[in-house]
Design a protein around this ligand. Structure first.
Ligand code: SAH
Length: 213
């Protein structure tokens, strides 16, 4: 489960995140509480508190803790926010957001990941996460509009369906670009048809792919 050794390693990881420039105390606090090792296959559990992306099922990865922290800071979760996450993967990012907002809807395209992670989140008690199986390019019209949308796979275009599902004054965080290295962008919807954009450095992500499997 979660013992003193894990807690100590987690504290060290938090110090690394602070050294790398993460400043928001409430995000650091939540990351200090969430047992990342339980979101990994046991073969990788001893690496859970290194600041490293690690493999999960279906050739996917759990994002590097620093990347998770940056994306969480940029999405700036508020207690009343309903947030859509694209790319449930291990469920780690969704678990973090769930401690900082009202409700999180998280879409995964791999059925096996969706099934395993849904069970895990339930077992660990993260009841504010609603997992959905589907193509994130389409979002979830049924649950829209969202205050915030976070994309945790590397996109080569901004999905227009997701812009529509964002509230006015809502914000999207999306790693985007042509190659393997993506630029982190925040897009703010300032009216039904107008958006502003900011750029926040380069990150690596597994690809945002169309369709489900
Ligand atoms: N947030 C995850 C990161 C997982 S990596 C975590 O904390 O572990 C990105 C995930 O996005 C992968 O699981 C991948 O299968 C998923 N993905 C890629 N394209 C997708 C799409 N179109 N719809 C939904 N999920 C997608």
């Amino acid at each position: 489960m979660d013992n003193y050794r894990h807690k100590g390693l987690r504290r060290r990881l938090i110090n690394t995140l602070i050294e790398k420039g993460i400043t928001q105390e409430r995000i650091l606090q939540v990351m200090n509480q969430i047992p990342r090792h339980l979101f990994l296959d046991s073969a990788f559990a001893d690496q859970a508190y290194l600041d490293k992306a690690l493999p999960i099922a279906k050739d996917q990865t759990i994002s590097q803790p620093y990347t998770v922290a940056v994306q969480t800071q940029l999405i700036d979760p508020q207690t009343e926010d309903r947030i859509l996450e694209i790319g449930t993967g291990s469920g780690y990012q969704a678990a973090i957001l769930s401690q900082l907002c009202k409700k999180i809807y998280s879409i995964e395209r791999h059925e096996q990941l969706y099934t395993n992670t849904t069970l895990l989140l339930k077992k660990l008690g993260y009841t504010k996460v609603i997992t959905l199986l589907g193509d994130g390019y389409l979002g979830s019209p049924r649950h829209a509009p969202f205050d915030k949308i976070l994309i945790t796979a590397g996109a080569d275009e901004i999905p227009s369906a997701l812009l529509i599902q964002l509230k006015v004054n809502g914000k999207m965080v999306i790693p985007i670009g042509d190659g393997e290295v993506k630029v982190m962008k925040t897009i703010t919807k300032i009216s039904d048809t107008e958006y502003t954009e900011e750029v926040h450095g380069q990150f690596r992500f597994v690809p945002f792919l169309k369709g489900t499997t």
